[in-house]
Design a protein. Sequence first.
Length: 378
Amino acid sequence: MESRRSFALDKKSPEPLYEQVKKYIIDGINRSLFNPHQKVHSEWELSSRFGISRSTVRKALDDLCHQGILFKIQGKGTFAEDPRNLKNSPLIKGKPSIGVVVLLLRDPLISQIVVGIEETLYKSGFQLIFSHSDRHEAVEEEKIKTLRKDGVEGIILYPADREVDNRTLRKLREDRFPIIFVDRYLEGYEISSIISDNYGGGYKITEHFIKHGYRKIGFFAPPHAGITSVVARFGGYCQALKDYGIAVKDSLAENPIDVSVPDDFLANWAQYRRRIERYLKENKGIEAVFVYNDYCATGFYSVCHAMGIRISQDLAIAGFDDVGASNLIPPLTTVHQDGYEMGRRAAEMILQMIKGGECQERQIIVPIELKIRKSCGC
C-alpha cells in the first residue's frame, strides 16, 4: 500500500540521486510499505515518479539487490526481501553504518585508529562495524564482501600486507562504492588514503643520527611485499644519507621486497630474531640502525642483550610508531604516529564521500613527530 507521506528527491543535494532512491525504498521496507516478497516499483515507475533517468534507478535497484535487500525474478520484476531475513543489515535497522577492516586486534596503533574512526562516526550518527583479517588477503576479501552485503554505506580498510590483484577492491572502485585506505595504501587501485608522513619520519630519524656524528647508519625491515609505509620510510632514510653525502651501503640497508612472503611472516617472532642476529653479525662496524617499527626494535633490544651489545653506547637504535617505546630500557627514540588523527580524518573522508558522492582519488598525509629519548645516544 502506498504511503501518504510524500517523498521527493533533492536534486540540488550533493548526495547522488541513486542513493536517495535507495533511501526511499529502504524507508518503505522499514515502515512496512513494501511487504515481504512484494513487488516494488519498476524502473519506469520510479523514473517517472522522480523525474530521473532509468539508468539512475537501475543503479539504485542493483545496489539493493547486491546488498540482499531486494531480489529480482527474471521476467517478473524486483521484490522486497523479508525483513526477518535482514536482521543483520544495518540499513534495515535504520542506523547507517561504516565497515572497518583492519589487520589485527592487538596492535596498539590500530586501536588508536579505530577509536578515532568510531568517535567521529558516532558524532555524525553512524555506527561502526568492525572486523579484522589477521593479515590474510582471502579473509580480508571475504570480510569486505560480507560488509557490503550487510548494507554498509562505506568501508575503511587497513589493507593486508600483500595484495597481488584484489578483484573485490577493483569492483568496489568500478561501482563507485565509498572506500578508503588508512595507514597504508595499495598502488594501482585509485583509492583514496589517509597515511602518516612515513617518508618525512624516515628522513628525520636518519638526519638525527647523522647530526650525532654517526656515518655507518643502517635500516632494517624484514621481508615484505612492498608495503607502502615501509617503502616510504626507507626512501626517507636513503634521501637523508644522500643529502649529507653518505653512500647507501647494501649490507646496512636491509629492506627486502618479496611478493612470495607468507601472509603471517611479519608476525613470526622467531624469524625476526634470526634475521636480526645475522644482520648484526654481518655488520660489526654499524653505529646506528633505524628499525622500521617499534615492535621490531624490541627484537633488536633482546638480541643486543644476548650478544652483549650495549644500546646507545655500542649501537644507537631508533624505531617508528611510538607505541610503548618509552617503556624500554633505555627508552626508545622513535617517530610518533598520530593514530587517532588518522582515524578521525579517515572517518571524515568516508562521510564526505558518502554525502557528496566524491570518489576522486586523493591522499591526506598526517604529520609525524620525532620523539628523542635515550636509545640514540642522547
